[in-house]
Design a protein around this ligand. Sequence first.
Ligand SMILES: [Zn+2]
Length: 177
Amino acid sequence: MQSINSEGDIPAEYKGTPIGLLAQYHNLGKAHASYATAQMLIGMCMDNRKSLSIPDNFAYILRAGGANLRYSEFKVSHAIAVGGVQNIALIGHNQCGMVNLVARKEQFIQGLIDRGGWEPQLAEEQFMHFSPMFEIVNEIDFVLSEVKRLRNRYPKVKVAAMLYKVEDGRLYWIKES
Ligand SMILES: [Zn+2]
């Protein structure tokens, strides 16, 4: 993880791009410009502990558990093809609930029965069927693999790997080897 505390912390490849601007707006308190159209797509987790400080109209935001965009491909394609964006920031976060889902199996099933009104068998089936699709072993490794996948899928789009730290609410670059 690499912290962003000044403009010098923005890598050359992101300087002057919407990804660099995102870092400036959120971490460096840059004054909000006004935008008529979206400049980029941000993929982030559905987690409630995160909010971004960015101008109105600046970005499309797709939120899904673990910042996993594998099942949101049509929406990603739409943002690029119709929305006109060529920059994506994929933002994972620490303490993500999609890590080690298997440890919360009983809680998931019982919660769905108690609060969702599901039958026990259906609740268990849903967990068993879907948890492998959403499980993330490690937040950082997952974001890196997802960034790699998106770059292969959309070769003309710039994709950055970032992490949101829940404790300080700041964005960090995830170091790529
Ligand atoms: Zn999460």
